[in-house]
Design a protein around this ligand. Structure first.
Ligand code: ZN
Length: 426
């Protein structure tokens, strides 16, 4: 397969038909044989990464492999370890615009190995699927990014702008010493990303059917409602904090926070824990604790949400203490060059129209987007991530690498910009 895909020395971009022929050629070839030497460069690299058991926050040498490959094609690699977390920033080119691939080498634990039908870090290939913890989330994406760059740089050694990689081993864990720290480091020296493609497994049923163009914010409140302890038989001598909290919860649950917008559903409120009581049946407790979370759209700010909760507490005459934890501000990438490029690339390679989504939990995109970076998440099908027998389709990996390569063509080659984006100004 290597020879067929190696277009070194063939400048210019392949047309859609050529891309399509390559995919069909790969698929046919793939079904004929699965011998190691016939695997694509992306599959081989994915397998190499999966075989390193990089359970968060450990990297287990994955970043060495990636850095070495990127160095070989002209990237300057800067290691940025913080605490026990391995990170690197790699850049090829000095000028703007700056397009960055972002991803993580850490994986969640495999869980009980006996439940797997294959060893979780053996990277077994069966029926066109590569199995292993991290195969879909997101070592396959990292491999596809690297091979996409290798082909693109071979064709376009003098591409416009710069390409970068922001890779961390702390996405699945605390996410304190990873992307957040690398972004602060870049910001401190005035290095700004224009476009960022995060390789999180965004696809729903088929590769490229969904990309994330944002994520909701997440704000958690830890509320203690104070009352006055007493005997249940003498309620006039006590003040029941559970009764007071119940009325407040009722009000919070029926509150209308915002309407959402075309990209985001309205903000939602959920109580996740309520605790009160001494464990006996005849005592009114002194306080009640309520833990709740708001998943919020950009139509609400943390300030307005906090103010409204405070107002409701006061309106209910509560004596309370409220602590907040912000897990991420919402971000949204508006329709513009990055989204157009990603959609065009998906259409060309998979012939699918992609759907934009802001659903799901948080991702490292929340640390990259503040400051106006356009961020899109595009990766493999997420059906098996964090589960027993996690796997990724080898045909999908091949297509994903082609999609990433096409995105580079769309964004970092001048003739493309004028041809395809004249009608889509930012
Ligand atoms: Zn992930």
């Amino acid at each position: 397969m290597t020879a067929a895909r190696n277009r070194r020395g063939a400048p210019g971009r392949p047309n859609a038909a050529a891309v399509w022929r390559r995919i069909i050629g790969f698929t046919r070839h793939f079904h004929m044989t699965q011998d190691s030497e016939d695997l694509s460069a992306t599959a081989v690299l994915t397998r190499e990464l999966v075989r390193r058991a990089s359970v968060t926050p450990h990297d287990a040498g994955c970043q060495d492999i990636l850095a070495q490959r990127l160095c070989a094609i002209g990237f300057d690699v800067e290691r940025l370890p913080f605490g026990e977390v391995a990170n690197f920033w790699a850049r090829r080119g000095r000028g703007g615009p700056l397009f960055a691939f972002a991803g993580h080498t850490d994986v969640v634990p495999a869980g009980p190995e006996a439940d797997w039908s294959v060893a979780p870090f053996a990277a077994t290939i069966r029926d066109g699927l590569l199995y292993g913890r991290g195969a879909a989330d997101m070592k396959g994406s990292l491999a596809a990014m690297v091979t996409a760059c290798e082909r693109f740089v071979a064709r376009r050694p003098d591409h416009d702008g710069s390409i970068a990689f922001l890779v961390t081993s702390d996405e699945e864990g605390d996410a304190v010493d990873g992307t957040r720290r690398v972004m602060a480091h870049l910001q401190a020296r005035g290095e700004t990303i224009d476009w960022c493609l995060v390789g999180e497994p965004s696809s729903d049923v088929a590769l490229g059917d969904t990309v994330k163009n944002g994520r909701r914010g997440s704000l958690t409140g830890n509320l203690r409602v104070h009352g006055k302890a007493g005997h249940v038989a003498y309620p006039h001598l006590a003040d029941n904090p559970i009764h007071r909290a119940a009325a407040l919860i009722e009000a919070l649950c029926s509150a209308h926070w915002d309407e959402g917008n075309e990209d985001f559903p309205p903000t939602t409120f959920q109580v996740s824990n309520v605790a009160a009581g001494t464990g006996v049946g005849n005592v009114i407790p002194a306080y009640a604790d309520i833990l709740f979370n708001l998943r919020f759209s950009p139509e609400s700010s943390t300030h307005t949400l906090k103010t409204r909760v405070d107002e409701l507490c006061r309106r209910h005459g509560l004596n309370y203490r409220l602590e907040w934890t912000l897990f991420g501000e919402p971000f949204r990438t508006p329709r513009g060059r990055l989204l157009s490029a990603v959609r065009a690339a998906i259409r060309e390679v998979t012939r699918r129209e992609t759907r934009l989504s802001t659903a799901g939990g948080t991702s490292d995109g929340r640390f990259i987007a503040p400051g106006g970076v356009q961020v899109v998440e595009l990766g493999p099908v997420n059906a098996t991530i964090h589960k027993i027998d996690e796997h990724v389709s080898l045909a999908d990996l091949e297509q994903l690498s082609l999609i990433y390569e096409r995105v580079l063509d769309e964004l970092l080659t001048a003739e493309h910009a004028t041809l395809e984006f004249a009608a889509h100004p930012d």
